[in-house]
Unconditional design. Structure first.
Length: 262
């Protein structure tokens, strides 16, 4: 902000400090501001002392930080779940190391787009009678296996119900994840309905997995409803299965079970 007052432009940033900040439990823009203020303080006070630190020691610290940023378990799960997503990941990773970050991002985005188009074409061929829904059309959607949602069911203050409509992929994962992440500690259950989702990719599955773990730490139960066979296979490949989450056919049956258990 100060740089902009003098005509400056912020043109770069590093993910290492952001990842460390998030792993320490930070969330929200205030955490980034405090991080920047503390970093400025260290530069002003401790910068002269940093000249006495051997470069070999700093290299070791950077190597350890880089290694800890690699989520080996997530990479292994991705390879087992989808070779297409794994190919995009490996290609982007190798181009980042041996070529250039910008080039890697462009190629990775292009490959991801091709993979998305291929999946969408396959979904359309299989479910031609029920094309993928878009959010603005979801309110009027009436599929053969999907009954109109009764709003009175969602008035339980302890239960939150979300319905996702349309393809749940990397392009929508961030916005949907931010909405799902707002569940309060006072709720005892979160129901996420997938009845109008034709498919989801690994990024979307990781979003649901992260949501389930966060909800579990808050003592909130997560129930997924309306999942097709393909979507459930993708979720199972990412270890999103009981007891981490529960599964039910419809929102109605999930709510009935929760009321019986109350």
């Amino acid at each position: 902000m100060a740089s902009g007052l003098f005509g400056g432009m912020s043109v770069t940033g590093t993910i290492a400090r952001t990842a460390t900040n998030v792993r320490a439990g930070a969330h929200g823009p205030i955490a980034g501001m405090i991080h920047a203020i503390l970093l400025l303080g260290f530069m002003l006070v401790a910068a002269p002392l940093a000249g006495f630190i051997p470069l070999a020691s700093l290299a070791g610290v950077l190597a350890v930080v880089a290694w800890n940023m690699i989520e080996t378990q997530a990479i292994a799960t991705l390879i087992r779940a989808s070779w297409g997503d794994a190919a995009v990941l490996i290609t982007t990773f190798l181009l980042t190391i041996f070529r250039d970050l910008t080039e890697a991002i462009v190629v990775g985005f292009a490959l991801g787009s091709v993979l998305f188009i291929q999946r969408m074409s396959k979904t359309t061929a299989i479910e031609s009678h029920a094309p993928p829904l878009v959010p603005e059309d979801a309110a009027d959607a009436r599929g053969p296996d999907r009954t109109p949602y009764d709003e009175t069911m969602g008035k339980d203050p302890n239960v939150v119900v979300y319905r996702i409509s349309g393809a749940f992929f990397f392009g929508a994962a961030a916005s949907i994840g931010s909405v799902l992440d707002r569940i309060a500690d006072t709720h005892r259950a979160l129901i996420v309905d997938f009845a109008a989702v034709p498919f989801l990719d690994s990024t979307a599955a990781n979003t649901i997995e992260s949501l389930a773990h966060k909800a579990g730490r808050k003592g909130v139960r997560v129930i997924l409803t309306g999942t097709s066979h393909g979507i459930r296979q993708e979720l199972f490949a990412h270890a999103i299965k009981p007891p981490l989450v529960g599964y039910d056919r419809t929102i109605e049956t999930a709510l009935k079970k929760l009321r019986r258990q109350a």
